[in-house]
Design a protein around this ligand. Structure first.
Ligand SMILES: O=C(O)CCC(=O)C(=O)O
Ligand SMILES: [Fe+2]
Length: 216
Protein backbone atom coordinates (compact mmCIF):
# COMPACT_ATOMS: atom_id res chain seq x y z
CA UNK A 1 0.00 0.00 0.00
CA UNK A 2 1.98 2.93 1.28
CA UNK A 3 5.27 1.05 1.59
CA UNK A 4 6.99 2.91 -1.19
CA UNK A 5 10.59 2.34 -2.13
CA UNK A 6 10.77 6.12 -2.54
CA UNK A 7 8.35 8.40 -0.69
CA UNK A 8 5.99 10.27 -2.96
CA UNK A 9 6.91 13.91 -3.11
CA UNK A 10 4.76 17.01 -3.39
CA UNK A 11 4.22 18.23 -6.93
CA UNK A 12 3.11 21.46 -8.54
CA UNK A 13 0.68 20.25 -11.19
CA UNK A 14 -0.10 23.69 -12.63
CA UNK A 15 0.46 27.27 -11.39
CA UNK A 16 -1.46 27.46 -8.09
CA UNK A 17 -2.28 23.72 -8.09
CA UNK A 18 -0.29 21.53 -5.70
CA UNK A 19 -0.53 17.86 -4.68
CA UNK A 20 0.74 17.06 -1.18
CA UNK A 21 0.84 13.27 -0.58
CA UNK A 22 0.04 11.90 2.89
CA UNK A 23 -0.93 15.27 4.33
CA UNK A 24 -3.56 13.81 6.67
CA UNK A 25 -2.09 11.64 9.40
CA UNK A 26 -4.01 8.43 10.28
CA UNK A 27 -5.65 10.00 13.36
CA UNK A 28 -7.04 12.88 11.29
CA UNK A 29 -8.21 10.46 8.60
CA UNK A 30 -10.16 8.53 11.25
CA UNK A 31 -11.63 11.74 12.67
CA UNK A 32 -12.71 12.94 9.22
CA UNK A 33 -14.21 9.57 8.32
CA UNK A 34 -16.22 9.45 11.57
CA UNK A 35 -17.41 13.01 10.91
CA UNK A 36 -18.38 12.16 7.30
CA UNK A 37 -20.43 9.20 8.54
CA UNK A 38 -22.34 11.50 10.89
CA UNK A 39 -22.81 14.19 8.20
CA UNK A 40 -24.06 11.54 5.73
CA UNK A 41 -27.05 10.70 7.95
CA UNK A 42 -30.41 12.38 7.36
CA UNK A 43 -31.72 15.04 7.56
CA UNK A 44 -29.94 16.70 4.62
CA UNK A 45 -27.72 13.60 4.38
CA UNK A 46 -26.02 11.74 1.55
CA UNK A 47 -28.00 11.99 -1.67
CA UNK A 48 -27.86 11.14 -5.35
CA UNK A 49 -27.47 14.32 -7.39
CA UNK A 50 -29.65 14.68 -10.45
CA UNK A 51 -28.29 16.78 -13.29
CA UNK A 52 -30.52 19.10 -15.37
CA UNK A 53 -30.08 16.85 -18.43
CA UNK A 54 -31.93 14.03 -16.64
CA UNK A 55 -28.85 12.08 -15.61
CA UNK A 56 -27.52 11.29 -12.16
CA UNK A 57 -24.05 11.75 -10.73
CA UNK A 58 -22.43 8.44 -9.79
CA UNK A 59 -20.68 9.94 -6.76
CA UNK A 60 -23.19 10.51 -3.93
CA UNK A 61 -22.91 13.77 -2.03
CA UNK A 62 -23.58 15.60 1.20
CA UNK A 63 -22.87 19.28 1.86
CA UNK A 64 -22.08 21.44 4.88
CA UNK A 65 -22.58 25.19 5.31
CA UNK A 66 -24.44 25.68 2.06
CA UNK A 67 -26.12 23.04 -0.07
CA UNK A 68 -24.72 22.72 -3.59
CA UNK A 69 -27.07 21.61 -6.35
CA UNK A 70 -26.63 21.80 -10.14
CA UNK A 71 -25.86 24.70 -10.39
CA UNK A 72 -25.96 26.92 -7.34
CA UNK A 73 -26.01 27.06 -3.54
CA UNK A 74 -29.00 26.97 -1.18
CA UNK A 75 -29.62 26.93 2.60
CA UNK A 76 -31.67 23.74 2.41
CA UNK A 77 -31.33 20.43 0.55
CA UNK A 78 -33.51 21.73 -2.27
CA UNK A 79 -32.90 18.66 -4.43
CA UNK A 80 -33.02 16.25 -1.47
CA UNK A 81 -35.28 16.08 1.59
CA UNK A 82 -35.57 19.87 1.84
CA UNK A 83 -34.02 19.99 5.33
CA UNK A 84 -31.61 22.77 6.37
CA UNK A 85 -28.04 21.99 5.43
CA UNK A 86 -25.81 20.93 8.32
CA UNK A 87 -23.53 23.66 9.72
CA UNK A 88 -19.92 24.03 8.60
CA UNK A 89 -17.77 23.46 11.71
CA UNK A 90 -15.04 25.98 12.58
CA UNK A 91 -12.40 23.24 12.78
CA UNK A 92 -12.81 22.61 9.05
CA UNK A 93 -11.99 26.29 8.38
CA UNK A 94 -8.85 25.84 10.49
CA UNK A 95 -7.95 22.70 8.54
CA UNK A 96 -8.50 24.45 5.20
CA UNK A 97 -6.32 27.43 6.19
CA UNK A 98 -3.53 25.10 7.30
CA UNK A 99 -3.83 23.17 4.03
CA UNK A 100 -3.57 26.32 1.88
CA UNK A 101 -0.60 27.60 3.88
CA UNK A 102 1.21 24.26 3.55
CA UNK A 103 0.43 23.79 -0.15
CA UNK A 104 0.65 27.33 -1.55
CA UNK A 105 2.23 29.41 1.22
CA UNK A 106 0.79 31.73 3.90
CA UNK A 107 0.17 34.56 1.44
CA UNK A 108 -2.39 32.40 -0.39
CA UNK A 109 -4.61 31.93 2.71
CA UNK A 110 -7.79 33.95 2.09
CA UNK A 111 -9.13 36.60 4.46
CA UNK A 112 -12.62 35.13 4.33
CA UNK A 113 -13.46 32.00 6.30
CA UNK A 114 -14.02 28.68 4.55
CA UNK A 115 -17.75 28.07 4.84
CA UNK A 116 -18.75 25.24 2.47
CA UNK A 117 -17.85 21.57 2.21
CA UNK A 118 -18.90 19.19 -0.54
CA UNK A 119 -18.33 15.58 0.45
CA UNK A 120 -18.45 13.04 -2.35
CA UNK A 121 -18.62 9.29 -1.81
CA UNK A 122 -17.35 7.09 -4.66
CA UNK A 123 -18.05 3.38 -4.79
CA UNK A 124 -16.05 1.14 -7.16
CA UNK A 125 -17.95 2.30 -10.26
CA UNK A 126 -18.29 5.98 -9.48
CA UNK A 127 -16.51 8.76 -11.30
CA UNK A 128 -16.88 12.49 -11.91
CA UNK A 129 -16.82 14.19 -15.28
CA UNK A 130 -14.67 17.19 -16.13
CA UNK A 131 -16.12 20.37 -14.63
CA UNK A 132 -15.12 23.66 -13.02
CA UNK A 133 -16.00 24.63 -9.44
CA UNK A 134 -17.59 27.87 -10.55
CA UNK A 135 -20.66 28.38 -8.35
CA UNK A 136 -18.66 30.22 -5.66
CA UNK A 137 -18.40 34.01 -5.70
CA UNK A 138 -14.88 33.90 -4.29
CA UNK A 139 -11.60 32.98 -5.92
CA UNK A 140 -10.18 31.54 -2.67
CA UNK A 141 -8.31 28.27 -3.25
CA UNK A 142 -10.28 25.00 -3.19
CA UNK A 143 -8.94 22.45 -0.68
CA UNK A 144 -9.45 18.78 -1.55
CA UNK A 145 -8.90 15.99 0.99
CA UNK A 146 -9.11 12.32 0.04
CA UNK A 147 -9.89 9.27 2.19
CA UNK A 148 -9.99 5.57 1.31
CA UNK A 149 -9.51 4.23 -2.20
CA UNK A 150 -6.98 5.67 -4.60
CA UNK A 151 -8.34 7.47 -7.66
CA UNK A 152 -7.17 9.09 -10.85
CA UNK A 153 -7.70 12.84 -10.49
CA UNK A 154 -7.55 14.63 -13.83
CA UNK A 155 -6.46 18.24 -13.60
CA UNK A 156 -6.99 20.18 -16.79
CA UNK A 157 -7.02 23.77 -17.96
CA UNK A 158 -9.26 26.80 -17.54
CA UNK A 159 -10.26 27.03 -21.22
CA UNK A 160 -11.79 23.69 -22.17
CA UNK A 161 -12.78 20.32 -20.74
CA UNK A 162 -10.32 18.73 -23.15
CA UNK A 163 -6.54 18.33 -23.07
CA UNK A 164 -4.07 19.43 -21.93
CA UNK A 165 -4.54 17.79 -18.56
CA UNK A 166 -2.41 15.96 -16.01
CA UNK A 167 -3.54 12.74 -14.34
CA UNK A 168 -2.59 12.60 -10.66
CA UNK A 169 -2.97 9.55 -8.41
CA UNK A 170 -4.79 10.71 -5.27
CA UNK A 171 -4.59 8.30 -2.37
CA UNK A 172 -6.28 8.31 0.98
CA UNK A 173 -4.62 11.00 3.11
CA UNK A 174 -3.57 13.15 0.16
CA UNK A 175 -4.19 16.89 -0.14
CA UNK A 176 -4.73 18.76 -3.39
CA UNK A 177 -5.14 22.55 -3.45
CA UNK A 178 -6.04 24.62 -6.50
CA UNK A 179 -6.06 28.38 -6.38
CA UNK A 180 -4.66 31.41 -8.18
CA UNK A 181 -4.54 30.90 -11.96
CA UNK A 182 -5.80 27.30 -11.50
CA UNK A 183 -8.83 28.13 -9.34
CA UNK A 184 -11.27 27.72 -12.20
CA UNK A 185 -9.48 24.93 -14.05
CA UNK A 186 -11.48 21.92 -15.24
CA UNK A 187 -10.97 18.73 -13.29
CA UNK A 188 -12.58 15.33 -12.77
CA UNK A 189 -12.20 11.81 -11.47
CA UNK A 190 -12.18 9.33 -14.38
CA UNK A 191 -11.80 6.29 -12.12
CA UNK A 192 -11.40 4.90 -8.66
CA UNK A 193 -9.21 1.88 -7.94
CA UNK A 194 -11.41 -0.34 -5.74
CA UNK A 195 -9.86 -2.18 -2.83
CA UNK A 196 -6.91 0.19 -2.47
CA UNK A 197 -8.02 1.88 0.77
CA UNK A 198 -5.74 1.25 3.75
CA UNK A 199 -7.52 -1.62 5.60
CA UNK A 200 -7.00 -0.03 9.03
CA UNK A 201 -9.22 2.92 8.09
CA UNK A 202 -12.30 0.72 7.69
CA UNK A 203 -13.67 2.44 4.57
CA UNK A 204 -14.75 0.61 1.43
CA UNK A 205 -14.71 3.17 -1.36
CA UNK A 206 -13.42 6.70 -1.60
CA UNK A 207 -14.43 9.93 0.13
CA UNK A 208 -13.40 13.35 -1.10
CA UNK A 209 -14.00 16.49 0.91
CA UNK A 210 -13.66 19.82 -0.88
CA UNK A 211 -13.55 22.93 1.29
CA UNK A 212 -14.48 26.22 -0.35
CA UNK A 213 -15.24 29.87 0.33
CA UNK A 214 -18.74 30.58 -0.98
CA UNK A 215 -18.38 34.36 -1.14
CA UNK A 216 -22.09 34.48 -0.20
O1 LIG B 1 -13.43 13.74 -5.82
C1 LIG B 1 -12.59 14.56 -6.15
O2 LIG B 1 -11.39 14.37 -5.98
C2 LIG B 1 -13.04 15.85 -6.83
C3 LIG B 1 -14.38 16.34 -6.37
C4 LIG B 1 -14.78 17.57 -7.10
O3 LIG B 1 -14.20 17.94 -8.08
C5 LIG B 1 -15.92 18.38 -6.62
O4 LIG B 1 -16.55 18.03 -5.62
O5 LIG B 1 -16.21 19.42 -7.23
FE1 LIG C 1 -14.79 19.97 -8.54
Amino acid sequence: MNAELFPRSRARIAPGAVHVPDWLDPALQHRLLAACRAWARPPAGLRTVRTPGGGTMTARQVCLGLHWYPYGYARTAVDGDGAPVKPFPAWLDGLARRAVADALGPEAVPEEAYDVALINFYDADAHMGMHRDSDERSDAPVVSLSLGDTCVFRFGNTETRARPWTDVELRGGDLFVFGGPSRFAHHGVPRVHPGTAPPELGLTGRLNITLRVSGA
